[in-house]
Design a protein around this ligand. Structure first.
Ligand code: HEM
Ligand code: HEM
Ligand code: FE2
Length: 473
């Protein structure tokens, strides 16, 4: 069915490969949400599927599917933009396609193993064959090795194309950033018995991805999208991109300290983490102002009638600017000082931030790139939002914001009751879980999760049909 997202109008093989990555990303996004719904329902009714499909498994597949679909969509986006930026067909694209199939097969096998082997001893063979036990990047070691090989092929494709073609500022930042992004994965492959040390390195992947390398990466994507969709000026975009690179790497790298408060690392991390992570929202604000400024400026330049040649992409990029600022900047800043984090650490507040940040900073702009792909694949001059596109935008955004609010309230209750009043412990945890505020918040999260999922159904249908509809207009 997904093949009805055609790619025949695409001029470059590299872009066709990009569309292949997009299709898998979309399916995994759906799977992610289904798993989220199961896990959310288990909060309300803990007996649901108990012993058949446990909460820890639903949760694990939910967040690993998230990371994997975002990575697929990122790789797809790189394959979409590289030929256009460099003016070149992707070098070694045949090898790239082979790597795509190897990766997809590996992902499928890993998920099937997660589902069928839910419990067992934590032995060396478990790490190799079943699960590494590292939140977000649980893939077993055999798959890690496969992932490294596939990523090396991908990087070769992109780097060789970059060297051969035109080297724009956007491509330069992207190629450099991808090297850092891929290299960091290696920090999550080695295992040590010491939990503090293990967590120390694990955060190198998780934090330095989402708060440094991925942020710079989506900066290049949003820049590229603005360039194409509203014909923003390249010089302005590239100037901001370089400023953002400097600022994000400056604050994001030492901002790592906000995960080193309570895991057995030295106490100097309190000061370092507090200072630098508190600075992290600054580049996010800059990025936000940048998008709005560019847009306003372009509107003025065309006598008040904006040139937007892809409505859905522009909408999702705008959501990205707001969402990144709110989810990462505001919700992140809330709990980043150790004086606050000592109360909020590991509560539902963290989950509130996690949802809004991942959605606002990454899911949104990547959905925007899906629409860019469709526009190219059908050779549509001006892609207008359909009823389905609008329903998807409204329901998904409203649903995620609703879940975030519910989780924030649950986190607030935990801070007051479980942490401040009862002093943080096993019993206080369960006392807080049983109070009405928590129960109501969990019910609202469930309802808003369903709203999000309905929005996804609209998105899915839209992506399958919008190209054909608009191409005939
Ligand atoms: C797009 C960027 C971001 C994403 C996707 C993101 C996502 C997340 C996620 C998923 C967690 C939970 C990790 C876990 O499972 O333990 C987390 C934790 C945290 N994030 Fe972010 N984050 C982002 C940016 C930021 C920023 C800019 C700040 C600070 C200004 C921040 C502050 C924190 C803090 C302090 C924690 C630890 C929470 C705790 O102690 O429980 N985050 N983040
Ligand atoms: C149908 C909608 C969704 C539902 C019902 C849902 C539900 C859940 C549940 C129940 C958890 C486990 C929380 C816990 O351990 O206490 C979770 C974790 C998580 N979900 Fe979702 N989710 C949904 C959509 C999303 C979306 C759209 C994103 C991001 C784009 C996302 C990102 C995450 C992250 C990052 C975590 C880990 C948070 C942490 O450990 O702090 N989820 N979700
Ligand atoms: Fe962080």
């Amino acid at each position: 069915m997904l093949t009805s997202i055609k790619s025949h109008k695409l001029q470059y093989e590299g872009q066709k490969l990009g569309m292949m990555y997009f299709r898998v990303a979309l399916v995994l996004f759906g799977a992610q949400l289904l798993m989220g719904l199961i896990a959310a329902y288990q909060f309300i009714n803990p007996d649901f599927l108990y012993g058949i499909f446990d909460f820890n498994v639903a949760r694990m597949v939910h967040i690993n599917a998230l990371v994997v679909w975002l990575l697929y969509a990122m790789i797809g986006s790189v394959y979409m933009m590289t030929p256009e930026e460099t003016g070149q067909e992707v070098v070694g694209v045949g090898l790239g396609k082979l790597a795509f199939w190897v990766l997809t097969l590996a992902v499928a096998v890993v998920v099937v193993v997660y589902i069928f082997i839910q419990i067992g001893p934590g032995k060396e063979s478990t790490i190799w064959l079943i699960n590494e036990g590292r939140e977000y990047i649980e893939a077993p070691r055999w798959a890690d090795i496969g992932i490294v090989v596939v990523v090396l092929i991908f990087y070769f494709n992109i780097f060789a194309t970059y060297m051969k073609g035109e080297r724009t500022g956007i491509m330069t930042v992207m190629v450099a950033d991808l090297l850092a992004l891929a290299g960091l994965y290696l920090a999550g492959v080695f295992y040590t018995d010491n939990v503090s040390m293990d967590q120390y390195w694990w955060w190198w992947v998780v934090h330095l991805w989402v708060e440094a390398t991925w942020e710079v990466f989506v900066g290049t994507l949003a820049g590229f999208a603005l360039l194409k969709v509203i014909k923003a000026k390249r010089e302005i975009i590239e100037m901001w991109l370089w400023i953002e690179v400097l600022m994000l790497f400056g604050s994001g790298i030492l901002g790592l300290g906000h995960h080193y408060f309570w895991i057995g690392t030295p106490e100097y991390w309190w000061e370092i983490g507090a200072l630098f992570s508190a600075l992290e929202p600054v580049p996010l604000v800059a990025m936000f102002v940048h998008v709005i400024y560019d847009w306003g400026k372009e509107q003025g330049a065309h006598g008040g009638s904006p040139v937007i040649n892809n409505g859905p992409t522009m909408a999702w990029v705008t959501i990205n600017a707001f969402g990144n600022f709110l989810g990462a900047g505001i919700w992140g800043f809330f709990h980043t000082l150790p004086q606050v984090n000592v109360y909020t650490h590991g509560t539902q507040f963290t989950a509130a931030h996690g949802h809004l940040a991942f959605f606002g900073a990454y899911a949104s702009v990547l959905i925007g790139m899906f629409y860019y792909g469709i526009q190219k694949a059908y050779g549509i001059e001006k892609l207008k939002a359909t009823f389905n596109s609008k329903m998807a935008i409204v329901l998904i955004t409203f649903g995620v914001i609703g879940m975030t609010v519910a989780l924030t309230i649950a986190g607030y209750e935990q801070v007051l009751v479980e942490r401040a009043e009862l002093g943080a412990g096993w019993d206080p945890y369960f006392t807080a879980q049983a109070l009405p505020w928590m129960k109501q918040a969990m019910a609202w999260r469930m309802i808003m999760g369903v709203v999000t999922f309905v929005g996804f159904v609209y998105l899915f249908i839209d992506l399958l049909t919008i190209g054909k509809k608009e191409a005939n207009n």
